[in-house]
Design a protein. Structure first.
Length: 127
């Protein structure tokens, strides 16, 4: 007997699943729900010894990507970062940004009163 579910059938099935996934994502490799968009802010500029102008970029929201030096001509208006490529710390930052109600509450200390509750009164000196 032979196996009906052979390598050719599996390859065909894999191809069809890939086509369906591309149609759902609009031809994009990563769907919008599986990536995060960060925007740059230039903090400083420098010229390297090779004469290349670079910019120190901080990506916002902070904590997702580290600051980095980027060539000015390669600076992009926004960067799409797939969630699979993020570090665990960056994934926690994204989770707190997307779902703030799930983040642990921040407890603040109570303010101390400006004056103490009981002041000793010395009536004998006032009389």
């Amino acid at each position: 007997m032979f196996d009906v579910f052979d390598v050719g059938v599996m390859e065909c099935l894999q191809w069809r699943l890939m086509c369906v996934a591309q149609k759902q994502n609009g031809g994009v490799a990563h769907s919008p729900g599986h990536s995060f968009i960060v925007k740059p802010q230039v903090l400083a500029r420098r010229t390297c010894t090779k004469g290349i102008n670079e910019a120190l970029v901080r990506w916002y929201p902070p904590g997702v990507l580290p600051d980095e030096w980027v060539a000015v001509d390669k600076l992009e208006a926004a960067r799409t970062v797939p969630l699979e490529q993020m570090s665990p710390e960056a994934k926690q930052v994204v989770s707190r940004l997307c779902y703030p109600s799930l983040a642990p509450p921040i407890k603040h200390r109570r303010k101390r009163p400006a004056c103490p509750k009981s002041l000793p009164l010395e009536l004998s000196k006032a009389v």
